[in-house]
Design a protein around this ligand. Sequence first.
Ligand code: BMA
Length: 314
Amino acid sequence: MISTRGEVLIRHPKNPIITIRDIPAPVNSVFNSGITKHEGKYAMMLRIEDLDRKQHFRMAWSENGIDNWRIQKNAIEFKGDKELRDYNAFYYDPRITWMPEDQMYYINFAVHSDRLGVRGGQARTRDFESFEWIGFGTTPDCRNCVLFPEKIDGLYTRLDRPHGKDGTRNYIWLSQSPDLVFWGKSRFVAGTREHWWDDAYVGPGAVPIKTSKGWLNIYHGVYRSCSGMIYRLGTMMLDLKDPSKVLGRCGGYVLGPRESYERAGDVPNVVFTSGAVVEDSGEVRVYYGGADTVMCVATARLDDLIASAMEYPG
Ligand code: BMA
C-alpha cells in the first residue's frame, strides 16, 4: 500500500485499476465511474469519453473490485430515453444508489446540452441488464445529484450542486421528492470555505453512508490556484433525521492529487469520486477518477472517515 502521511485514504498499489487499455474499443478516457455491489460482485458503471468527446456508460464487473474487470462490449442504453435524446445530450458522472425499500438501483448523472445547459438525469435498473430512463430531476445549472439510500420522512432525498453564473455559489444543497418527478423542499447544506482547500466549489461525491454518528458525505472540494483548479476529497457528517444539518466537517482533505496518475492527464490535479463501497470488515473503498483520465481506488477504515468528518463540529 502506498501511504501518504496526513491523508486518511490510502491508495491501492494497483492504481490506476482501469484505464483505456482495458476498454475493448478506441476511447479517450475512463474516469469518475459509479460503483455498487450486486449479487456479491463489484458492479462499476464506467464513464467513458470517446475519441470524438461524446460520452457513454458501460458496465464493468469484478469479483474483488480491484482487477480482472469484465467490461461490457456495448454502451448502456436507457429504455424510454426519448426525452434524453431530444436534449441532444452527452452525460457523465453516474452515481448508483441501492434503495432496499424499492428493491431498485437508481442512477443519477449529469446531462449536458450545449444549447440548454447541464441538468440532473435519473434512471433505474434492477439487474444492470436493462435500464430505464426516469426523467430529469432538475432544471439546468444543477448537477452532482446523489440519492440517499433510503427515504427520509417518507421522501426521496438527494444532495445536489446548483451552480449560478452570478458568483461562486457552487454549494451543496438538498432536495426531496415523493416520486422522483416533483422535487422541492430545497435547502442549503454546505458552502465553500475561504482560504481552505475547498474554497472555490464544493459538491456531493459518493452516495451518503449511514453511520451511528449520521450520514457520512464524502464530497469534492476545489481550490482555485494560480495555475488552475485542484480537486480533492473531504468528509462531512450530516444529521440522520435532517441531512441538511451539518454536524461536522473535516479540516484537511482526505485525498488529494499526488500520484502521477492524479497529477497528469486530460485535466491535471483531479481526484473525483462518484461512489464508495462499505465492506463488512469496516473498510470503505472509495472509487475515484484520476486527472479525468483513469479509474482508481483508495481505502480507509469507516471509523477514521467518521473521525475526519467530526474534526470541526457544527
Ligand atoms: C467537474 C466535473 C467532473 C470533473 C471535474 C474536473 O466539474 O465535470 O466530471 O472530473 O470537473 O474536470
